[in-house]
Ligand binder design. Structure first.
Ligand code: FAD
Length: 391
């Protein structure tokens, strides 16, 4: 079946879905193609924190990264309240804030940081009563600050974005994709074939962008992968925690977010420097290291009976000269093809705006789309029983 559309987006993670929603709201006849499940790439692994840049400003000066994300919490909150550029009222905020804490030997560094002019607003260390209950323990000797940056349930965000535009989302077989100038042939998961005549084709497939660029015979932009070995733990955890532990370096030493597994048990999801360095460790070595970190940083947390697992996942981004994280989201247009990566989930709104600018010269058309198979939403890794092999 041949179909004329304005824009085809490939990839149903946070970037593709936010962009599809914006395009359709603006009146473009846009469709999205997904070859696995919505969110199946990096998005289901995200910790869901909508950073406002504080984490990146820890060097003591405003960095390009912290400037880029500074406005994101306000944009996401407006969407969640139903007065933003997309309607996220159905999405869940799992924590209204997260916390930055330090051990006693680094307390002066964190205090100095929050008192410095780097911060837009003066922030004071929380008193015992203001702290999350985990940090009210008498053994806690450091300093802790609240960051007014929400944490979202990422799959619920994808649902809020996708459900109203579901008829424009097609589940395809990844390897049956043929690209020609201004036309794209795909095979739907039920075997039906579609040929899309497009005006713009947007690659928003995360790690999959590289294959798409090759299929389109484009030499760039180059992609980089930055691997992480995250850790999940569950079993008798009684409280949810959303906090970064500041270490001696620029990155948080440990980041903890909390989620629910398929039986509603609390799962702690551990990242930060632990996950960056963990790629050089075996799974069991990484778990042992996580246990040691928790022993040092939260020694009052009982660890008996906990179940552990590691999650390996790559961050996929445009290549940065020195291999570090790019400062902000990236989109480039080469003739009719746009290639984009958000770098952070938080930056999806900014990336969608860039893509809207890159399609601004496309005439909007209206057209009916046929009924076709739609993808399901991905599961969180911690909701997949097979992940919890190791105890
Ligand atoms: C462990 C971890 C924690 C993170 N935590 C945070 C956080 O707290 N806050 C934050 O802001 N950011 C966070 N991030 C970053 C954030 O998750 C990513 O920037 C974001 O999810 C990338 O979204 P995306 O849509 O570009 O790609 P993806 O989520 O990878 O989506 C790409 C989609 O394209 C599909 N696809 C691939 N190839 C094809 C093809 N050929 N045809 C059709 N479909 C295809 C895939 O199946 C997938 O669904 C984190 C990342 C990781 C790895």
């Amino acid at each position: 079946m041949k179909i004329d559309v304005d824009v085809v987006v490939i990839g149903g993670g946070i970037a593709g879905l936010w962009t599809l929603r914006r395009l359709r709201d603006e009146g473009y006849n846009a469709v999205l193609l997904e070859s696995e499940a919505l969110g199946a790439g990096q998005t289901r692994y995200a910790q869901g924190i909508i950073h406002g840049g504080t984490k990146y400003a820890l060097t003591g000066k405003l960095t390009a990264s912290s400037e880029a994300v500074a406005g994101m919490p306000a944009i996401w909150r407006a969407c969640h309240q139903g007065r933003g550029e997309v309607d996220l009222r159905q999405a869940k905020i799992i924590s209204d804030a997260h916390y930055l804490w330090s051990t006693s030997n680094l307390a002066s560094r964190i205090t100095g940081f929050f008192a410095s002019q780097v911060m837009r607003e003066r922030t004071v260390a929380l008193s015992t009563q203001q702290r999350p209950s985990l940090f009210r323990h008498r053994a806690f000797k450091g300093a802790i600050y609240r960051l007014d940056e929400p944490v979202f349930d990422t799959i619920s965000v994808l649902q809020a974005l996708a459900v109203p535009v579901m008829p424009a989302i097609l589940a395809i077989n990844k390897h049956a994709l043929l690209m020609r100038p201004s036309a794209l042939e795909v095979e739907a998961v039920n075997g039906d074939s579609f040929e899309f005549n497009y005006k713009r084709l947007v690659f928003m497939a995360g790690q999959g962008n590289e294959d798409l660029l090759n299929a389109a015979e484009l030499r760039g932009p180059a992609m980089q992968l930055r691997p992480l070995k995250m850790v999940i733990m569950r079993g008798g955890l009684s409280e949810s925690v959303f906090a970064h532990c500041m270490g001696a370096g620029v990155n948080p030493r440990l980041t903890i977010t909390s989620h629910l597994d398929d039986e509603d048990n609390i799962v702690w999801y551990l990242g930060g420097q632990l996950a960056e360095d963990g790629v050089f460790r075996s799974d069991s070595g990484q778990i042992a290291h996580a246990q040691q970190e928790l022993d040092e940083l939260i020694p009052w947390l009982p660890q008996q009976g906990l179940q552990w697992a590691t999650l390996d996942i790559n961050r996929a981004e445009v290549r940065h000269a020195d291999g570090h994280r790019p400062d902000t989201c990236y989109a480039v247009r080469q003739d009719a093809i746009i290639t984009a990566w958000p770098i952070k989930m938080a930056l999806a709104p900014l990336l969608a705006r860039q893509v809207l600018d890159l399609v601004a010269d496309v005439d909007k058309t209206s057209g009916e789309l046929p009924a076709w198979p739609q993808p399901v939403f991905a599961e969180y890794p911690w909701c997949e029983p097979a992940r919890w092999g190791m105890t």
